[in-house]
Design a protein around this ligand. Structure first.
Ligand code: SAH
Ligand code: SF4
Ligand code: F3S
Length: 471
């Protein structure tokens, strides 16, 4: 039997594409090998978002080269965004690579493997969504659903538009049918994926148009889906109907990831983000107003070319004003083919580093303070597995997307995939700690029937927020 080994880099899009690659390979009779040495097919699903992503991958590719020289019958395949952005050079620079394909061409891997081609092949077209591949999910109760591919934005620092092509939305009825299949297969939490999820639907043909808010409502209505998430929305397309959906749709979680990138309107303009600081803060105020307890998280880039000390401080001010529950922070990295890489005022590391440290300090302090609002409340936790640090304890996530480590109730088993109630005893910037509450464990059916139709998600969240509800 043939075996494969797949290493995935990058974002959830790639994680999801890898699940589809695995499903496809298994339908071709491949099984997953425990290590690269044991595999006939060595695969990488790559990312090129920052230079660090490239260099990490190149290190791994070196091992594949060595293994291929030991056994030339091994096949080396490279998919994903790095591959797409290197399409002209990949076979020249890395002649041991047998097959290379972009993110839009995952399906072509099967074509290559089932042909008797002995020469290197590259597949780099953009074709929209690459059809219905079987997928092997990492966890049976959680699934990603790709609602659109590509990105029509032109953020000046970003390589993604060139690696994933123009935005193409999948029809809403097709997506709902996919979610229904997933729910029937045991999925309880769905995350909708797109580079810009909330511009969804604008490209659909007349008669099939749907807004992102309408899609959310349709997915929420699918029986068995307890939790609905999405990533990433763009602040320019964050409309009131979507924010209201968080208050109205029972499954839509109290968490919005709203990438800021910079708090300076001048820098935002140079980034071609098409919103300014005020417009961003206005969206945040609307979220706070309509969904007061919502977690807000973000992405921030430090050291964009020409960023002054004053402009960096504008980012710190927005961080203090919004009070994020967490933030991914990145040092600007010039990417091949992007406009920002060509800007003259590239900042030295000696400027970028200390700014990053100051930003991380602020983000962590505020995140730790924000976490304290959960202490004393009983939170609904979707169990994901054993705690990473203490196998005696369990780990899961609350609707607000914070990780919780908790002691299991000895009398009851809390299997991965179940919803349990956990009173929160303490909190740090990244995790909460608690103990599973006796007899309050619920499974999908219990919690659905416990849900009073007259109370929406917001009521039930605020009911749990009542300290008197804590056992
Ligand atoms: N489509 C998503 C995210 C794409 S990449 C969105 O727009 O929100 C994830 C994050 O990586 C971005 O939000 C940005 O903060 C960061 N990023 C992208 N390109 C970068 C670069 N050249 N240097 C540093 N960070 C970058
Ligand atoms: Fe990149 Fe901007 Fe598109 Fe996000 S919205 S993928 S940052 S171009
Ligand atoms: Fe994702 Fe990296 Fe591509 S972040 S879209 S895999 S460049």
């Amino acid at each position: 039997m043939k075996s494969y080994h797949l290493t995935t880099f990058g974002c959830q899009m790639n994680e999801h594409d890898s699940e589809r690659m695995k499903g496809m390979l298994e339908s071709l009779g491949y099984h997953e090998a425990g290590s690269r040495e044991e595999a006939n097919l060595i695969l990488f699903n790559t990312c090129s978002i920052r230079e660090s992503a490239d260099s990490r991958f190149i290190g791994h590719l070196g091992e594949a080269k060595r293994l291929k020289s030991e056994d030339p019958s091994r096949v080396v395949g490279v998919g994903g965004c790095w591959s797409q952005s290197m399409k002209e050079r990949v076979f020249d620079q890395f002649p041991f690579v047998d097959v290379a394909f972009g993110p839009g061409q995952v399906n072509r891997l099967a074509e290559f493997l089932t042909s008797d081609s002995i020469t290197a092949q590259g597949y780099f077209e953009f074709e929209g969504f690459t059809g219905h591949l079987p997928m092997r999910r990492a966890r049976e109760f959680q699934a990603w659903v790709q609602i659109s591919v590509g990105c029509n934005c032109v953020c000046s620092y970003c390589i993604v538009p060139s690696t994933r092509g123009r935005e193409v939305s999948r029809p809403a009825d097709e997506l709902v049918a996919e979610v229904e299949r997933l729910a029937a297969d045991g999925v309880r939490e769905v995350t909708l994926l797109g580079q810009n999820v909330n511009s969804y639907g604008r490209d659909l043909p007349k008669g099939h148009k749907a807004t992102f808010a309408e899609l959310l409502a349709k997915v929420d209505a699918v029986e068995g889906i307890e939790r609905l998430r999405y990533t990433s929305p763009h602040p320019k397309d964050m409309r009131e109907d979507v924010i209201r959906a968080h208050a109205e749709l029972p499954s839509l979680c109290e968490h919005i990831h709203l990438p800021l990138q910079s708090g300076s309107s001048r820098v935002l303009k140079a980034m071609r983000r098409t919103y300014d600081r005020e417009r961003y803060l206005d969206r945040v105020r609307m979220i706070r107003d309509i969904v007061p307890d919502c977690s807000i998280t973000t992405d921030i880039i430090v050291g964009f070319p020409g960023e002054t000390e004053h402009e960096f401080e504008a980012t710190l001010e927005v961080v203090e004003e919004v009070r994020y529950d967490s933030a991914f922070t990145f040092v600007f990295s010039p990417r091949r083919g992007t406009a920002a890489a060509e800007l003259p005022e590239q900042l030295p590391h000696a400027v970028k580093r200390p700014r990053m440290e100051r930003l991380v300090d602020a983000v962590q302090r505020i995140a730790a303070e924000r976490s304290q609002r959960f202490v004393g409340r009983t939170m609904e936790v979707l169990v994901e597995g054993p705690s990473r640090t203490d196998p005696e304890r369990l780990r899961g996530r609350i609707r607000h997307n914070k990780t919780v480590n908790f002691a299991r109730d000895v009398a009851r088993s809390a299997e991965p995939g179940r919803l349990v109630d956990v009173p929160i005893a303490s909190a740090t910037s990244t995790t909460l700690a608690g103990k599973q509450r006796e007899r309050m464990e619920t499974d999908a059916k219990d919690s659905a029937s416990m849900r009073n139709p007259s109370t929406d998600a917001k009521d039930s969240a605020s009911m749990r927020a009542d300290p008197s509800a804590v056992a």
